[in-house]
Design a binder for this molecule. Structure first.
Ligand SMILES: *Cc1c(COP(=O)(O)O)cnc(C)c1O
Length: 337
């Protein structure tokens, strides 16, 4: 898997740690639980988009862009990480934020990632739910190009065959860490949304023949749609690497039973997962992605899907900055002496 032939900038803090979670393991009665800390990739709070952006921004710089355009939900972690690296590179950044959750909560609309986007210097454009975001970005790019700018448009979540290379690299990195520690990883579990993370991981795990299965817990789409999205992008990624369509349908494991009412809407189980990780391991999950991913993993453990001696790695994809947008989901008492 020759990643070095692709343009890439090196700004992520890598490798991210692979740590045991003994207190969570004990609380759930096994399997042996580990966490891969991609919440610690270092870019203004970090998260999974940073790995993708190393390759995407490598391409943007190679093409001479002066303006980066991308899109996401209002509390997009991808948007925050994109504007952070744009700032570091001295590039303009415009963010199209979709009102996907449909709330008038001040915390949701102005705190968390939105506050950070603003501080980092993004031009923010709010658009209605259901807008064709790809078309909206193209329209904005055309406007800016007419004004003399050179735009580079990054798809939502940084999920294309270029961005997914960041997670091919992550698969190789994790396999190396497992080998170094003589750790047999029976399953890698994470939250899947725009599919680039899982597509890259599966492409890497299959391409390097690691034998490590990757289970994506969905946060938005139903199973069949998510499965198709991941499979398509995984093969686009192996093809981009010059290996052809390497990934078969059976390599892509998704479970979208933990979405609840919809994208960005908490469930009882997702709030419980945040609570449990915080109080057993001192680790902060995010309300939109990793909390649902962890809620799924906890449920599968409780259903006996894993034996006590198996090793399961949870990929923490970041996003705890969005907790501030979801403040009212947590009952913070009003203390008085
Ligand atoms: C974007 C994101 C994901 C999902 O990754 P995809 O590559 O979009 O599937 C998971 N967790 C967090 C915190 C994210 O921001």
């Amino acid at each position: 898997m020759k990643l070095s032939r692709f343009p890439r900038l090196h700004f992520a803090h890598l490798p991210t740690p692979l740590e045991p979670m003994p207190r969570l393991t004990e609380a759930l009665g096994g399997p042996q639980l580990w966490i891969k800390r991609d919440d610690c990739t270092g870019l203004a709070g970090g998260g999974n988009k940073t790995r993708k952006l190393e390759f995407l921004m490598g391409q943007a710089v190679a093409e001479g862009a002066d303006t980066i355009i991308t899109q996401g939900a209002t509390q997009s972690n991808h948007a925050r990480q994109t504007v952070a690296i744009a700032a570091k590179l001295g590039l303009r950044c415009e963010l199209l934020l979709e009102d996907r959750v449909g709330t008038d909560s001040q915390d949701y609309n102005y705190n968390g990632n939105v506050l950070l986007d603003h501080i980092l210097g993004a031009a923010l454009h709010y658009v209605d739910a259901g807008t064709d975001m790809t078309a909206a970005m193209e329209t904005r790019a055309a406007e800016l190009e007419r004004a003399g700018h050179r735009c580079f448009v990054i798809p939502g979540g940084g999920s294309n065959a270029t961005g997914a290379l960041g997670y091919v690299n992550a698969a190789l990195e994790l396999a190396q860490q497992a080998n170094d520690q003589s750790l047999v990883i029976d399953c890698l579990v994470h939250a899947t949304g725009s599919a680039g993370t899982q597509a890259g991981l599966v492409a890497g795990m299959v391409g390097a023949r690691t034998g490590i299965p990757v289970l994506g817990i969905g946060v938005r789409a139903p199973d069949n749609v998510q499965h198709a999205n991941v499979l398509k992008l995984a093969n686009a990624t192996t093809s981009h690497l010059g290996l052809g369509d390497l990934v078969s349908a059976g390599d892509v494991l998704v479970n979208c039973a933990y979405v609840g009412q919809g994208y960005g809407i908490s469930t009882e189980a997702s709030i419980e997962a945040i609570d449990l990780l915080a109080k057993t391991e001192g680790i902060l999950l995010d309300p939109v992605y990793s909390a649902k991913g962890m809620a799924g993993l906890i449920d599968l453990i409780q259903r006996g899907e894993f034996s006590a001696d198996q090793n399961v790695v949870f990929l923490h994809t970041g996003g705890s900055q969005a907790l501030f947008a979801y403040r009212t989901e947590f009952n913070v008492p009003h203390y008085r002496l």
